[in-house]
Design a protein around this ligand. Structure first.
Ligand SMILES: [Zn+2]
Length: 273
């Protein structure tokens, strides 16, 4: 589900064929905005009439795993977005999109263009390719190079961030669970047995996965302050995104499903491959 209304409105623009070719999304929560944009792409491209967590089609699956050939998600390379990254993008999108209606690129931390990459980006925006849509995400549009900013349709996408009050026990359990599956790579039967033995209520298990979701979102920002989990900082953004999607799906399914064991096993198995 798209959380933010400004991004949700783009679905209508898309249906009316009135989508701009580049957006600057200013947000207080970059990861949330990114997830909303990925959901928007699914709605645009799903060959079925997109339903929540479409598991039927290949396209939604490719978006979830960040393997859709017509989608490029770019992060700064170190401190800056580099010229080479923009050259690569131009190359990748020099063809008309296949599989999906649009070639879509998402640039995270759009304030990190340097003079060289901005120049390449400008040329790219000024000669808009047919059926290409770009999303530039930033915390503060005032920090984005003005020549780029002036060519974008600006969208404000703010999110209500929960003031989390988690139980310490669940935080600790979430840490040890992640340690088991991610670092020790224990099998689902072993790790999920530990949850069952705790005899947690469904709501507690869901809270634990909310905590895990926050861990992964923090990892996308490059920080996770738990010593036993520092190894996770080696995960690539693409791998983290896959995990975020899996946890989101798990939480969604838990709402409706009674057989939690089966869902948990499925989660660990999908995380492994
Ligand atoms: Zn689909």
């Amino acid at each position: 589900m798209i959380q933010n209304d400004s991004i949700k409105k783009l679905v209508d623009k898309f249906r009316e064929n009135k989508l701009s070719h580049v957006f600057l999304v200013e947000t207080n929560a970059k990861e949330n905005a990114l997830l909303d944009i990925l959901n928007l792409i699914k709605i645009m491209d799903c060959p079925n009439n997109y339903q929540e967590n479409c598991n039927k089609c290949n396209i939604c699956h490719l978006v979830d795993t960040n393997n859709l050939p017509t989608l490029e998600v770019i992060y700064p390379d170190g401190q800056a977005i580099k010229k080479q990254q923009m050259e690569n993008l131009k190359m990748t999108f020099s063809h008309i999109p296949y599989i999906s209606k649009y070639n879509v690129y998402i640039i995270n931390d759009a304030e990190k263009f340097n003079a060289f990459s901005a120049n390449t980006m400008l040329k790219f925006i000024e000669e808009p390719l047919k059926n290409t849509v770009g999303f530039l995400i930033t915390n503060n549009k005032e920090n984005v190079i003005s020549t780029i900013k002036s060519r974008c349709e600006i969208i404000k996408a703010n999110y209500i961030l929960n003031d989390f009050h988690w139980s310490e026990e669940l935080v600790n359990f979430a840490i040890s669970y992640l340690y088991d599956i991610e670092i020790l790579k224990n099998k689902s039967i072993v790790v999920n047995k530990k949850i069952i033995e705790k005899k947690y209520e469904k709501s507690e298990i869901m809270e634990m996965f909310q905590i895990i979701l926050q861990f992964y979102l923090h990892l996308l920002n490059g920080v996770l302050d738990y010593e036993s989990l520092t190894k996770l900082q080696k995960l690539q953004p693409k791998e983290i995104l896959k995990r975020i999607q899996l946890v989101n799906e798990l939480l969604d399914k838990m709402n409706y499903n009674i057989n939690i064991n089966l869902l948990l096993d499925d989660f660990v198995l999908r995380l492994e491959d």
